[in-house]
Write a protein that binds this ligand. Structure first.
Ligand SMILES: [Zn+2]
Length: 194
């Protein structure tokens, strides 16, 4: 039987081309922007960040409580107690997995002394010296980190692409129980091809 061809292309070739596009489209879907809740937060000043070399993971870490703070709670604290422009983290991930935007992603944050001009800060609500991050919190952290790696061209295979706050400053943040799970976030980003 003669091969059926479409514009000089065999059906087999056409079929593999279509498959190729389906695979490409679905891998793009995996790196799509996760659902991010944007709150109305007023900052006293903004400064554009020009460089984004790595991502820093934090916990809110209130001393005696594994608490589910909102981004508005942290915004108020950082403004009124710390006297900063507003919440220092770019994102806060709640215990139910909800991602709240803090400081606008392209602005210089206030989350890792000496490294704010070159990094983006993600904070998970809780004290992970006491508690452990929830599964949905970890999934949101993975999705968000993968999306940010793509957005800012950060290669998750690089050793210092995704760090815990304690890798940079003298602090116990993000708490032992989250720090030991950072590899899970790194592997997710590497595996999903950021
Ligand atoms: Zn921290």
């Amino acid at each position: 039987m003669a091969a059926i061809s479409t514009m000089g292309m065999s059906l087999y070739t056409l079929d593999s081309l279509i498959n190729k596009y389906i695979v490409e489209a679905s891998s793009k879907l995996e790196t799509a922007e996760p659902m991010i809740y944007k709150r109305l937060l007023d900052f006293t000043e903004y400064e554009q960040r020009k460089v984004t070399d790595f991502i820093v993971i934090h916990h809110t870490g209130f001393p005696d409580e594994d608490k589910d703070s909102t981004v508005n709670d942290i915004h108020e604290l950082h403004q009124e107690v710390n006297g900063w422009a507003g919440v220092g983290y770019h994102y806060l991930i709640r215990k139910n997995g909800m991602i709240e935007q803090g400081r606008r992603p392209d602005m210089i944050g206030a989350h890792a002394l000496h490294y704010n001009k070159t990094s983006i800060g993600i904070c998970l609500a809780g004290n992970f010296d006491i508690g452990t991050p929830t599964r949905v919190q970890m999934s949101s952290a993975q999705e968000l980190t993968l999306w940010l790696c793509n957005k800012y061209n950060i290669d998750p295979h690089k050793k210092n692409a995704i760090l815990g706050h304690c890798d940079l400053n003298d602090t116990s943040c993000p708490g032992n129980n989250l720090y030991r799970e950072l590899d899970e976030i790194r592997e997710y980003c590497r595996y999903n091809g950021a």
